[in-house]
Design a protein around this ligand. Structure first.
Ligand code: HCA
Ligand code: CU
Length: 380
């Protein structure tokens, strides 16, 4: 079952570098790769060695670290790129070529027949040079490609038994979960080959599409930290983890989950952005409970309104009480935390007072604490 045995291809050092504000220095790449390795991602994908001299040197550096994560690099479908990639000593090479009408016409100008011939030539070349290397072939813009074209390409390559897996890419973020499910399912069924899904988030479906890919039989999912990448990016590592955790915690126990906040914060800092408030798990408000009804239930048992346990990620929940939606259970809980045992009717009166004052502006915790202490003094 793919959910029980899926692999993350962490592409912060490839797709992520294509994010508008991302340019990682060598020490930064080493720090990112080290943290991702400690977290436990199975693969780290790096920018093509042809991108720039530093990009090539950085691949060698990261390869030289001897991490547990396998190091991949990402190249176009041609022999020169493949030779340069092979020379870096990576564990695997991800090869991509566009198959949509748009890309065939305006990017490389090749027909499907020519794409197949070129792919077979390049893939056999890599296999001859490095029989043990992990080799992936992907069609860029798969979901705007003609399905019959895609299947022709995948079947021809599968027959030649040259690759370890196929990639399916929703390059422009146009696919729906059902389309992803159907496409992945079909490729797995027809080729019997592992499938990797790479999904952009232009229409907000990147996490849902990655999940649908796994449901359809995909074995590998591309992620980046916080989802950074071209335009508004791809499936975020943390959101994928949240999605799978909420299906079954066991699916993500292989990862060192308490490192996630540090990883998200590091990438936010390096890119000069903040973690979005609504980010899964590490967003500022991900574990903040507010309304009185919620607060009461969560204080009794967090399971009532939390599908994710913050402590599994080294985080804590917060119950906010200084606002007009507050409830007396939450105020009583605060009093008890302060060691004040006030009668219920006093707590209820304080709650009414908090609500009235909070109609003007939310109260700080210390203001509520002062009200509680004052009442405790008076009732002595
Ligand atoms: C790119 C395009 C790509 C490739 C994905 C893949 C995409 O920036 O080179 O290799 O599977 O979204 O199609 O990121
Ligand atoms: Cu992409």
């Amino acid at each position: 079952m793919p959910f029980e045995d899926f692999h993350v291809i962490e592409s912060t050092l490839r797709e992520g570098e294509q994010f508008s504000t991302a340019t990682f220095s060598t020490p930064q790449k080493i720090e990112i790769a080290g943290l991702l390795d400690d977290f436990g991602v199975e693969f780290i994908e790096m920018t093509s060695p042809l991108a720039s001299p530093q990009s090539e040197a950085d691949i060698r550096q990261i390869v030289g670290l001897g991490l547990k994560s396998k190091i991949l690099t990402h190249i176009r479908c041609n022999k020169q790129d493949a030779l340069r990639a092979l020379d870096t000593g990576v564990d695997g090479i991800d090869i991509v070529i566009g198959t949509s009408q748009q890309l065939m016409e305006h990017s490389h100008g090749k027909s499907i027949r020519q794409i197949i011939d070129l792919a077979l030539e390049v893939l056999s070349f890599v296999r001859e040079q490095a029989p043990g290397i992990i080799l992936r072939f992907s069609t860029e813009d798969s979901f705007r490609s003609r399905e019959s074209d895609l299947l022709r390409v995948y079947l021809a390559i599968a027959e030649a038994k040259l690759v370890n897996r196929f990639g399916v890419a929703d390059t422009v973020g146009v696919a729906t979960p059902l389309q992803v499910y159907n496409m992945v399912h079909q490729i797995v069924r027809l080729t019997g080959t592992d499938v990797e899904f790479h999904g952009h988030n232009d229409s907000g479906c990147a996490v849902a599409n990655a999940t649908a890919a796994l449901e359809g039989g995909a074995t590998h999912i591309d992620t980046t930290v916080l989802g950074i990448g071209e335009r508004n990016g791809i499936t975020p590592l943390g959101a994928l983890v949240a999605r799978l955790y909420t299906l079954n915690r066991d699916y993500v126990q292989k990862y060192n989950l308490t490192l996630l906040p540090e990883i998200d914060q590091l990438i936010a800092d390096l890119c000069g952005i903040t973690i979005p408030f609504n980010n899964c798990i590490t967003g500022k408000s991900a574990f903040v409970h507010k309304a009185g009804i919620h607060a009461k239930a969560v204080l009794a048992n967090p399971d009532t309104y939390e599908i994710i346990r913050p402590e599994d990620f080294g985080l804590t929940r917060e119950v906010t009480i200084g606002h007009r939606l507050t409830g007396w259970n939450a105020i009583r809980d605060r009093a008890r935390k302060l060691g004040l045992d006030l009668p219920d009717e006093v707590i209820r009166a304080i709650t009414e007072d908090v609500k009235r004052r909070a109609d003007a502006r939310p109260l700080e915790l210390h203001e509520i604490d002062a009200m509680l202490h004052e009442n405790a003094e008076q009732s002595k």
